[in-house]
Design a protein around this ligand. Structure first.
Ligand code: ATP
Length: 480
């Protein structure tokens, strides 16, 4: 049985063996912190995206979607502050030549030594002031060692920009440096007026986007937790200045409810309120989930003021104002022109996948007195499971395959079905457990006589005889 410590290793191995996640460029020995999703991983990913999109866009009449380009005008990243500030304080160990993010090094030390929160609070205060000398002092005073060399022989703390740069244009001398976007949010900000005007959106309203982001993470670890190429699901909610506090609280609550609706227990989550706030932000928090490696951020919720739109107005010289013709009860006049304030919700898709996998991955001991037995089962909520229904004729001959095919035809337009006629039925069930398929139906000789099939439920492994005509409804019901 897996312990907490080796659980992540077990999940990584399972993901590879069953076609969920592969190391990128594996036959060339891989590319660090870049991953590919295999045949079942891509389905899981799509289902999570759909769940988020449905809850954010379809369930809110005042939120619409967007798909902006990855490449954007380089000035956008000047305006957003990423060129100057999107960096992490790093420190190198002179003996091992390994580079660490200062916050990770200190957090790792606190975790390893089982220390209290005091050091973290001190670190966050120094980070908030960009006090690099103080951070180095803190590392030295606490004798934090390099996990590789075991020494305290550190360089100074330096900033390292996380954006990937590339060239636009065919001739090097004429080319412009552009960046692979490190977040999807800026694509939303620069389209704020396009969407507002063409969509006739009235404040408060939101724009949602799912897309790739790229960060040259120095210390990429934790499988798909920290990647160099990843996906974000972000929503920027534009509000009237002065109302941001209540909307911030609203989105904190709404987003936490989304997490709980995945069927994950409340005690696996916690809010982490930021001590270090960006100068323009008036509130920020993370939703943290208890991964196999401990509580870590999966989503950020930020009250960003009018910083982003104001910056784009300044750098582009194009007005980013909204005209609000609602009447202000105090003055009796319309609110008029203003730059809206923004509440952002930003969740990593890949981190959500790791969260859902961590939650679903279960090793069960099924041994009886006479026989040792066990299974690995992914207990996905049905709506997230890659395959919803496996259709398994007991054997190919005697017309059983034809009946199974007819059920396949009836269901495959509505949800992903998997057909398999090879191997003993027990083996086929176990394979479906390992992929997280909530329902299997077996077609046998009795089916020919009375059109009944055996349905097997993944979690309980219970089996019952039902009419073939009811199969589709049972699955559809579970997907609601
Ligand atoms: P961290 O502190 O873990 O680096 P962050 O605070 O920089 O994360 P944000 O900029 O707020 O992250 O991005 C929003 C979300 O995007 C995060 O909550 C996370 O789920 C996801 N994310 C950020 N960086 C990565 C990455 N390198 N790999 C995978 N997901 C990421």
């Amino acid at each position: 049985m897996a312990t907490e410590q080796n659980n992540l290793a077990a999940i990584i191995a399972h993901c590879k063996e069953y076609g969920f996640v592969f190391q990128s460029s594996e036959i060339y020995d891989g590319l660090a912190a870049v991953y590919d999703y295999g045949q079942w991983g891509v389905e899981l990913k799509k289902n999570i995206k759909d769940t988020w999109w449905r809850s954010m866009v379809y369930m809110h009449e005042n939120i619409v979607g967007l798909d902006s380009a990855i490449f954007m005008h380089p000035t956008i990243w000047k305006a957003s502050g990423h060129v100057d500030n999107f960096s992490d304080p790093m420190i190198d160990n002179k003996d091992s030549k390994k580079r660490y993010r200062v916050d990770h090094l200190i957090e790792g030390h606190v975790e390893q030594m089982s220390l209290g929160n005091e050091l973290i609070v001190q670190m966050e205060a120094l980070l908030a002031k960009d006090d690099f000398g103080g951070l180095k002092q803190l590392i030295e005073d606490n004798q934090i060692k390099c996990p590789i060399s075991g020494t305290c022989n550190w360089t100074e703390v330096r900033q390292f920009n996380l954006m990937f740069a590339t060239q636009l244009g065919s001739v090097a001398e004429e080319s412009d440096t552009i960046y692979l976007r490190p977040e999807t949010a800026q694509g939303i900000f620069v389209n704020f007026l396009n969407v507002q005007k063409t969509g006739r959106m009235k404040i408060p309203f939101g724009i949602a986007q799912i897309g790739k982001a790229f960060r040259n993470e120095i210390v990429a670890r934790g499988f798909i937790f920290r990647m160099r190429e990843f996906e974000q699901m972000e929503m920027q909610f534009f509000v009237r200045p002065g109302t941001q506090k209540e909307w911030y609280e609203h989105w904190k609550k709404t987003r936490m409810q989304w997490h709980l609706d995945l069927g994950i227990a409340k005690d696996k989550y916690r809010f982490h309120d930021h001590v270090k706030l960006a100068h323009y932000a008036d509130a920020a928090c993370d939703i943290e989930y208890e991964f196999p490696m401990g509580f870590k951020e999966v989503e950020g919720i930020h009250s960003r003021g009018d910083f982003d739109l104001k910056q784009h107005q300044e750098f582009s010289k194009k007005k980013q104002m909204y005209f609000d013709n609602d009447i202000d009860e105090v003055t009796g006049k319309p609110y008029g022109n203003y730059i809206p304030y923004v509440i952002e919700t930003s969740i990593g898709l890949d981190r959500t996948i790791l969260m859902v996998l961590s939650e679903a991955y279960t090793e069960e001991d099924l041994s009886t007195e006479d026989k040792k037995d066990s299974r690995v089962v992914l207990k996905f909520p049905p709506k997230l499971a890659p395959i919803k229904l496996a259709i398994l004729p007991l054997m190919k001959k005697d017309g059983l395959a034809e009946i199974a095919r007819s059920l396949m035809l009836e269901c495959k337009d509505s949800f992903l079905c998997f057909y398999e006629e090879k191997d003993a039925i027990g083996k086929r069930y176990r394979r479906m457990d390992a992929l997280g398929t909530p329902f299997c139906v077996t077609i046998d000789h009795q089916t020919k006589e009375d059109q009944t099939v055996t349905i097997r439920y993944r979690d309980s492994m219970a089996q019952e005889r039902i009419h073939m005509n009811d199969v589709k409804d049972i699955v559809m019901q579970a997907l609601k």
